[in-house]
Design a protein around this ligand. Structure first.
Ligand code: ADP
Ligand code: ZN
Ligand code: ZN
Length: 804
C-alpha cells in the first residue's frame, strides 16, 4: 500500500474548498507531513500550483489514477495540526476559502514568491557537497530540488548541518554594521606603541584597545566611538595595517538597539490579587475559561497580565498577548520585554517582512515563549499555549475587514479550548457583547474598581459648543480649552488633544443647535452622499435631499461636519505661538519608526501639546500630562452605526484615561454639540455600568446586538440593475431557512453605493438562533458559483462591525 496526501490547493474557488488527493513519490515518503506546503499539478493542463498538505494516509483505493506531489516547499510543517484544524473551522464560520485562511496564518514572506537558500553550517557528506552545493557554501532551494536532494537536505536540517532561510530582499531589514578587528599580535602592538610619539594620544588609545581584543573579536564603529576613537583614527589605523574593517549583517531584531530595564513583579492590590488568583487557578487546573477583566484606566490590568504570564512560563508553556495595533507602542513593548526579556517576540505591522519572519521563526522554534502582537498574532505558531490575553477587547480592529473576516476574540476562544487554557479579555470599557456574556456567566467577570494607589479619576468638563457659538466664539477651541492649554504651558505640564476622525465629514449637523439629520424609520443618522447629492439611510434605504436650513431651529449654519488635524494645528499655532506642538496622524506617521520618534519627543518634553487622531488615545502613560482635550466628541455619534454611542463612550473614556496618571491631578475637557447625550454624560462621570444599562435597553428596543446576532450579505455588480436584482433573489433564497424570529433588513444599497464602477447592495439578517442559516448561506455560495464567475460578487460578513 502506498501513501497519499490530502491537499488544499491554492485556487480560491469553492470547488477547491476541500482537499484533493495526490500520490506521494517514494522520494518524499517519510519526509512529507501535514502542515507542509507543496507544489502539485492541477487541472486539465496540470499547471503547477501551491498547496497545503492537511493529511497523509495510506491509500486503500489503489485503482484510482492519482496525480503525484511534484515537490516540497518547506522542510518542516509550517502549520501545526492545531492550525490546520483552526483553518478548517474558520473557513466554515467566516465563509472564506480554506487556503486563504491558511495563508493568513503565515508571515508575508511565506506568502509571496520569495526564494529560499540552503546554507551549510556543519560537515555534510562529500557527495552532496560536490553534486549539489558544487563546492559552495550555499545553494538555492530550486537547485537542490533539481538535483533530487531535498529529502537529504531536510534530514540534514534536522541534524543541524544545514540551515534553510528565506532570501528576503528587504533592504531595510538586512542591516549591516561596520566592524573593526585587530590584525596584529599582542607583541607587535607592544612594539608599535613603543615607537610612536608620546603626544599621539588617540593613536595610543586605539592601539591599546586593539591589543586588548582577542584574536577573532571585533568592535563596531559606534562602540569605538564611545571609547573616544574617531573614524579618522580608524582609517589611518587601516592604512598602517594595524586593523581591518569589515561589514557584518546583524540579526533583524527591531528592538536590538533598545535596552530594556528589567522589572520585577509588583505586590498586587486586593482587586488585582483576586483577579490573579482566579486566573491562576485555571492555569493550574489546565482548564479553559473565558475571563472578562474589567478595570478602569490605570487600574493595573497589565500587571495582572504580566504575573499570570509568569506562571504560564513557569509551567513551560507559552503566552499570547494581543493588543490593538495602535496601542502597540514602545512603552507597551517595554513592559513585556522588561519583565520577560528575550523570551518575548513582538509582531506588528511596523516591522519589515524580514523582521516579522524572524520573530515568527523564534516562536516556531520555541525560542520565544511570549508573543506580543496585534490581531494576526492570534495565529502565532505557539505549540503549547498556557494563556491567551486580549487587551482592549472592545477594539473593532480585532475584526479583520478582508477575507477571512475573522474576529481575533473568536479565534482566541477556539485556541483556548484546544489548549485547555484561560482566555482573558481585558478592557476599561468592555464591548456590550462581552459584558452581556459576563452577566449570563458565559464569561467570568473580574473587576479592578479603582486606580492603582487610589489616584483619582480625572475631572471631566463638557463644554457646550453651541453656547460658544452664541457668544461669538467660532474658533475650533472653546475658551475653557484654550485657557487650560495656556495654563499647562505656564506650569511646564503637558496636554493631549484628540481630534476624532471617525465619521469625518460624512454627516450633516447644525452648528447652532447640534441637530443631526436622522432617518424617519430607523432612528439612525443619515449619511451624506456626495455622488448623488442626497442623504441616505444605510439600513432601510430611505433617501432625501441635503437640507439647507436646520429643520429644528431654522438656522442656516447646517453643514458637513469635520475638521482636519492640519487645520487644527494651524489654528493652534496662531492662538498659542509659544506652544510646541507634535502632530500625530496618518500623514506624520507613515514612515517606519515615526510613531516611536514622535512619542519619544513628547516624552522628553520637547513639546507641550500632542495633537492627534485616535492613535493617541491608547496605552500611553505620560506622568506630566495633566490635560486631555477632545476637540469634537460628537463626530462618531453622527455615524449610521448602531454602535456609535458605544464607540463614543469608549473613546472618551480611553482618552480621559490618559490624564493624571502621575502624581499630579488630571483634567479632561470635552467639546461637544450634544453635551447632554448619555454617552458623553456617562463618560464624564466615569460610569460604565450606567452606560451599559442604558445602552442595553436601547439595543433591546431596537433589536440589535447583543440581543441579536447579525449576518450581512453583500452583492456587487457593474450593472446597478443586475446587482439589485441579484440581492433580491438571494434574499428570497435565504428567507425560507429563517424562522419568524429572524429579522431581515433590506436589501438596500450600501452607503458607498458605487466603488470601482461596481454597485453594492446589502441585506442584514438579525437573528437569535437559526440552526439552518449557516448551512443555507454555504448553499447559496455553492449554487451561485456560475454567476460569481460571471461577475456577480457575493460576500458574507458574519457578525459585521462595519456598516459604513
Ligand atoms: P491599565 O492597563 O489598567 O490602564 P496599567 O497596567 O497601565 O493600568 O497600570 C497603571 C500604572 O500602575 C502603571 O504605571 C503600573 O506600573 C502601575 N501599577 C500597576 N499595578 C501596580 C501595583 N500593584 N502596585 C504599584 N503600581 C502598580
Ligand atoms: Zn439647528
Ligand atoms: Zn432608515
Amino acid at each position: 500500500m502506498s501513501l497519499v496526501a490530502n491537499i488544499i490547493v491554492d485556487v480560491p474557488t469553492l470547488q477547491t474548498n476541500r482537499a484533493y488527493t495526490y500520490s506521494i513519490p517514494d522520494a518524499f515518503t517519510g519526509v512529507i507531513e501535514p502542515g507542509m506546503r507543496v507544489v502539485v499539478p492541477f487541472g486539465n493542463g496540470s499547471r503547477k500550483i501551491q498547496g497545503f498538505v492537511v493529511e497523509v494516509k495510506e491509500d486503500k483505493t489503489t485503482e484510482l489514477e492519482l496525480k503525484a506531489v511534484e515537490s516540497l516547499m518547506d522542510s518542516y510543517p509550517v502549520l501545526t495540526e492545531e492550525l490546520l484544524r483552526l483553518g478548517d473551522f474558520l473557513a466554515y464560520q467566516t465563509f472564506s476559502f480554506q487556503v486563504k485562511c491558511y495563508q493568513t496564518m503565515l508571515p508575508a514572506v511565506m506568502r509571496a514568491k520569495y526564494s529560499k537558500k540552503i546554507k551549510i553550517i556543519d560537515e555534510i557528506p562529500e557527495s552532496l557537497l560536490w553534486d549539489v552545493f558544487k563546492g559552495k557554501a550555499e545553494v538555492s532551494w530550486e537547485e537542490a530540488e533539481k538535483e533530487n536532494a531535498l529529502t537529504q537536505i531536510i534530514q540534514l536540517e534536522k541534524e543541524d548541518k544545514v540551515e534553510i532561510d528565506y532570501d528576503v530582499q528587504d533592504k531595510a531589514a538586512v542591516k549591516k554594521v561596520k566592524k573593526v578587528k585587530p590584525s596584529l599580535s599582542f607583541e607587535t602592538y607592544e612594539e608599535i606603541k613603543a615607537g610612536i610619539r608620546s603626544n599621539a594620544k588617540k593613536q595610543k588609545l586605539f592601539l591599546d584597545i586593539l591589543q586588548s581584543l582577542a584574536q577573532d573579536a571585533a568592535l563596531t564603529y559606534a562602540e569605538l566611538k564611545e571609547w573616544g576613537v574617531t573614524s579618522s583614527t580608524i582609517q589611518s589605523g587601516v592604512k598602517k595595517g594595524w586593523c581591518e574593517v569589515f561589514q557584518e549583517e546583524v540579526y533583524r531584531d527591531p528592538y536590538a538597539a533598545s535596552t530594556f530595564e528589567r522589572t520585577t513583579p509588583l505586590s498586587l492590590s486586593e482587586d488585582q490579587a483576586h483577579a490573579f488568583q482566579e486566573i491562576h487557578q485555571t492555569i493550574r487546573d489546565e482548564q479553559h475559561k473565558v475571563f472578562l477583566l474589567k478595570g478602569v484606566t490605570g487600574s493595573g490590568k497589565t500587571e495582572v497580565y504580566l504575573q499570570t504570564i509568569s506562571e504560564v512560563i513557569e509551567k513551560g508553556k507559552g503566552a499570547l498577548m494581543l493588543v490593538p495595533e495602535i496601542a502597540l507602542t514602545p512603552q507597551m513593548v517595554q513592559r513585556f520585554k522588561g519583565r520577560f526579556g528575550d523570551e518575548v517576540a513582538v509582531l506588528h505591522s511596523g516591522l519589515s517582512n524580514g523582521e516579522k519572519y524572524d520573530e515568527w521563526r523564534k516562536i516556531e522554534k520555541e525560542e520565544a515563549k511570549v508573543v506580543v502582537g496585534a490581531r494576526s498574532s492570534i495565529f502565532a505558531p505557539l505549540k503549547n499555549i498556557g494563556i491567551i490575553i486580549i487587551d482592549e477587547e472592545h477594539e473593532t480592529s480585532y475584526k479583520q475587514e478582508e477575507f477571512p473576516k475573522y474576529h481575533a476574540r473568536d479565534v482566541a476562544i477556539w485556541r483556548g479550548e484546544y489548549h485547555n487554557c484561560p482566555v482573558v479579555l481585558g478592557s476599561a470599557t468592555p464591548s456590550l457583547e462581552s459584558r452581556a456574556r459576563a452577566t449570563k456567566e458565559v464569561y467570568t467577570l473580574l473587576e479592578l474598581k479603582s486606580r492603582v494607589n487610589d489616584y483619582p479619576m480625572p475631572e471631566v468638563d463638557v463644554i457646550d459648543m453651541r453656547e460658544e457659538a452664541k457668544r461669538g466664539n467660532h474658533s475650533i477651541f472653546s475658551e475653557a480649552l484654550l485657557d487650560g492649554l495656556k495654563k499647562r504651558i505656564k506650569q511646564n505640564e503637558q496636554s493631549v488633544l484628540l481630534l476624532n476622525r471617525r465619521g469625518f465629514s460624512s454627516f450633516v449637523m447644525c452648528r447652532d443647535c447640534g441637530y443631526v439629520l436622522e432617518c424617519p424609520n430607523c432612528d439612525i443618522s443619515q449619511t451624506l452622499h456626495m455622488d448623488t447629492k442626497t442623504m441616505k439611510c444605510h439600513y432601510c434605504g430611505h433617501e432625501e435631499g441635503i437640507p439647507n436650513i436646520c429643520p429644528k431651529c431654522q438656522s442656516r449654519s447646517i453643514r458637513y461636519y469635520g475638521t482636519g488635524t492640519q487645520k487644527v494645528e494651524k489654528e493652534l499655532k496662531e492662538l498659542l505661538p509659544e506652544a510646541g506642538i507634535i502632530r500625530m496622524d496618518v500623514d506624520t506617521t507613515r514612515k517606519k519608526g515615526a510613531h516611536e520618534k514622535l512619542f519619544n519627543q513628547f516624552e522628553r518634553k520637547e513639546a507641550s501639546i500632542l495633537l492627534g487622531t485616535q492613535m493617541i488615545a491608547k496605552g500611553l502613560d505620560f506622568p506630566d500630562v495633566t490635560l486631555v482635550g477632545v476637540i469634537n466628541a460628537d463626530t462618531a455619534l453622527g455615524l449610521p452605526d448602531f454602535r456609535s454611542a458605544e464607540k463614543t463612550f469608549q473613546l472618551l473614556t480611553q482618552v480621559s484615561g490618559r490624564s493624571g496618571r502621575g502624581e499630579k491631578e488630571g483634567k479632561v475637557i470635552i467639546q461637544s454639540y450634544n453635551p447632554d447625550h448619555y454617552a458623553i454624560q456617562y463618560a464624564k462621570q466615569h460610569d460604565y455600568d450606567s452606560f451599559y444599562k442604558r445602552e442595553m435597553h436601547l439595543r433591546h428596543l431596537s433589536e440589535y446586538s447583543p440581543y441579536y446576532f447579525l449576518l450581512k450579505v453583500s452583492v456587487s455588480h457593474e450593472n446597478e440593475m443586475t446587482a439589485a436584482k441579484k440581492i433580491r433573489q438571494y434574499t428570497d433564497f435565504i428567507r425560507p431557512a429563517l424562522s419568524n424570529q429572524a429579522i431581515v433588513l433590506g436589501p438596500t444599497p450600501k452607503s458607498i453605493a458605487r466603488t470601482h464602477n461596481r454597485y453594492h447592495f446589502q441585506v442584514l439578517i438579525k437573528y437569535k438562533h437559526e440552526a439552518g442559516l449557516t448551512e443555507k448561506i454555504h448553499q447559496l455560495l455553492q449554487e451561485t458559483q456560475k454567476e460569481q464567475a460571471k461577475g456577480v460578487f457575493i460576500s458574507i460578513d458574519y457578525q459585521p462591525l462595519d456598516f459604513i
